[in-house]
Design a protein around this ligand. Structure first.
Ligand code: MG
Ligand code: MG
Length: 250
């Protein structure tokens, strides 16, 4: 069941979203060679506590960390650890929190120092595919119009979208209906309505779309070992178009 949010509920989600955006920005500024993901994880948790918010992922299905920290060939759900970040690598950081009963969820992929042009292109295309998906979140259109917009942008550059993980509705629950795949033909699925709140989150691979999950039961990596990037925003659908809730200036 898709839960439609009232104006007041979206206001609360805007607040949660802004906190997520600010914490991600804080983490982005910390990323440099030598820093560890465990340091980033602690920083995010500390800031949640300071703002009286609760990290969304820690304890979710037993997930042990505040952020998902997924470097290089890791797609999503990576564990924070005490290995120093390495120049030329990339790190995907996924973070969510709940405050006043509502969740916010967002992800960024950040370069560590100087990265290659090809890697820059992966980050650029993944971010643009998210923007294309958001732009397609128009009331009266269909859910799969979002999916198709993401897929089209990604494949135009010869990259592939991950099928095994998808975006989702969000609100009082971290994961609500509907699922929001990053692939599909347009004009299918539920009609998009004002008051829907969804997280759109393309996961884009340089090589094949296939992923596998490591023995820890969480960490998803590309099956072919090539790079993967991830960007995510929580948005609200309104009569005036999509509103990004996890944006700094919202
Ligand atoms: Mg997320
Ligand atoms: Mg999500």
């Amino acid at each position: 069941m898709i839960v439609i949010k009232s104006r007041n509920e979206i206001k609360k989600m805007r607040r949660a979203g802004k906190m997520v955006a600010e914490i991600l920005q804080m983490l982005r500024e910390k990323v440099r060679p030598g820093v560890t993901t465990l340091e980033l994880d602690r920083l995010a948790e500390k800031q949640c506590i300071k703002w009286k918010a609760r990290p969304a992922f820690k304890g979710y299905g037993g997930f042990p960390f505040t952020i998902c920290a997924s470097p290089n060939n890791q797609v999503v759900h990576g564990f924070s650890n005490s290995n120093p970040l390495v120049e030329g690598d990339i790190i995907s950081i996924d973070f969510g929190l709940i405050i006043d009963g509502f969740f916010g969820d967002s992800a960024i992929t950040v370069p560590i120092g100087e990265i290659s042009q090809e890697t820059q292109r992966l980050l650029q295309v993944t971010q643009e595919s998210l923007e294309c998906g958001i732009a397609a979140a128009i009331t009266g259109d269909h859910l799969s119009d979002i999916s198709n917009a993401v897929q089209t942008r990604v494949e135009r550059d010869g990259f592939s979208v991950v099928r095994d993980f998808v975006g989702h509705g969000i609100g009082r629950q971290l994961h609500e209906d509907p699922q929001v795949p990053n692939y599909g033909i347009p004009g299918r699925g539920p009609l998009l309505k004002s008051g829907m709140t969804i997280a759109i989150e393309p996961m884009v691979n340089v090589g094949a779309p296939d992923v596998k999950v490591l023995e820890d039961g969480w960490t998803a990596v590309t099956a072919d070992g090539q790079l993967s990037a991830h960007f995510e925003h929580t948005i609200a659908l309104t009569e005036n178009g999509p509103e990004i809730l996890t944006r700094l200036d919202s």
